[in-house]
Design a protein around this ligand. Structure first.
Ligand SMILES: *Cc1c(COP(=O)(O)O)cnc(C)c1O
Ligand code: SF4
Length: 357
């Protein structure tokens, strides 16, 4: 995935960025500059967080390396090696431990991949992996071993995708995903929107993206205006795991997006030592609500190789969920789900198992 970023973000941007910042220190870099100028060096990250002393335990992964935008780093607590945001991005040597049951492709997605870049698992919706690139590398990501380069639709496949959708009249919703669909240029993104809006059967276009949380400036007026002008319903499912990810700037950007009439939802992954407490989950739901984002899904971790240290026992997840049901209004409780390969929908977790009431 890091190689992919280089393809559409020329490295000279990094230099431009440095020049701009030193000349006019109070100018915020554009989202494109922020996307190009991410932190990829663990030493630099730890230095920024005043954590240089923990250097010794650093681990440098070969493939899916550290990648984190500076605006996300600024939301981390200085001096705290256990910061819940840091834990999501800092490579950990535990990733190298093979744990039985944790595999490279836990969802067997290749079984639902009729055309390169198109996943058709659920009857009425298809998912397009429009890019392999992400602004951030989340250590628990189930796609971390996935060969995106081979599975990103090329312009020539656009017609094939349109034909596939037309041949399946049950499809009424298209999900733009990745990678992160908001890491591509507006020109490319709007090209996808144009192509999908041209299909009368499509009533909803959904974006699954972490960009609003990691680089809130991505929610620029040009993007929001284009989305608001769509003849389709637009749903944006953001991906935030912790209330600290939604600082004032992010909150304002999300509220702005909401004011354009987009439906904003959130999906999170339940992660050990990140958000597996009642306090963390309540704060997340309440903070999302303040940003006009409704909690949608809380996923149990997909059992991907290298992420076992983020997993919690299913029974612990169920106990936590009961607490959420008790403490939050129904509309702030996300659905607790688990992805089961080849199942026709995201599987609700049976919250009565192992309990007497
Ligand atoms: C999660 C997912 C969807 C969307 O599922 P919803 O329950 O509608 O949110 C669609 N396709 C694939 C392949 C998915 O993984
Ligand atoms: S943003 Fe999403 S797809 Fe990208 S690394 Fe994180 S979890 Fe994976």
């Amino acid at each position: 995935m890091p190689q992919l970023m280089i393809n559409h973000l020329p490295p000279q941007k990094n230099l431009q960025m440095i020049a701009t910042v030193s000349e006019e220190a109070d100018t915020t870099p554009s989202w494109q500059q922020q996307l190009a100028d991410v932190v990829t060096d663990s030493d630099e990250l730890l230095q920024m967080l005043e954590l240089s002393a923990v250097k010794a335990s650093l681990y440098l992964p070969k493939g899916f390396g550290l990648r984190v935008p500076r605006s996300f780093v600024r939301k981390m607590q200085k001096g705290n090696i256990n910061d819940p945001l840091l834990r999501q991005v800092l490579p950990n040597v535990q990733e190298t431990t093979a744990v039985s049951g944790y595999v490279p492709d836990p969802l067997l997605e290749h079984a639902h991949n009729p055309i390169s870049g198109l996943l058709h698992k659920y009857q009425s919706r298809v998912l397009l992996t429009v890019t392999g690139a992400c602004a951030i590398h989340c250590r628990y990501c189930f796609r971390q071993h996935f060969d995106y380069q081979a599975n990103v639709p090329k312009q020539a496949q656009l017609l094939a995708i349109q034909h596939y959708i037309t041949a399946h009249p049950d499809i009424n919703e298209v999900i733009l995903s990745g990678g992160d669909p908001l890491s591509v240029s507006n020109r490319r993104l709007f090209g996808w929107l144009d192509a999908l809006e041209a299909l009368p059967q499509i009533s909803t276009i959904r974006l699954h993206t972490r960009l609003p949380v990691v680089i809130p400036d991505r929610l620029e007026a040009a993007l929001l205006t284009r989305l608001a002008a769509s003849r389709c319903q637009i749903v944006m499912v953001i991906h935030s795991n912790h209330a600290n990810e939604i600082d004032t700037q992010t909150l304002q950007a999300l509220r702005e997006a909401s004011s354009y009439g987009l439906l904003l939802l959130n999906q999170a992954v339940l992660l050990k030592a990140v958000n597996n407490t009642l306090a963390a989950q309540m704060a997340l739901s309440q903070r999302l609500f303040a940003a006009q984002v409704m909690p949608y899904y809380l996923h149990l971790l997909d059992k991907v190789a290298g992420a076992a240290h983020f997993d919690i026992h299913q029974q612990e997840a169920i106990e936590l969920y009961w607490q959420l049901l008790k403490h939050l209004p129904g509309y702030l409780v996300p659905k607790l789900v688990q992805e089961v390969p080849s199942h026709p929908f995201k599987m609700p977790v049976d919250i009565f198992q192992g309990r007497s009431s």
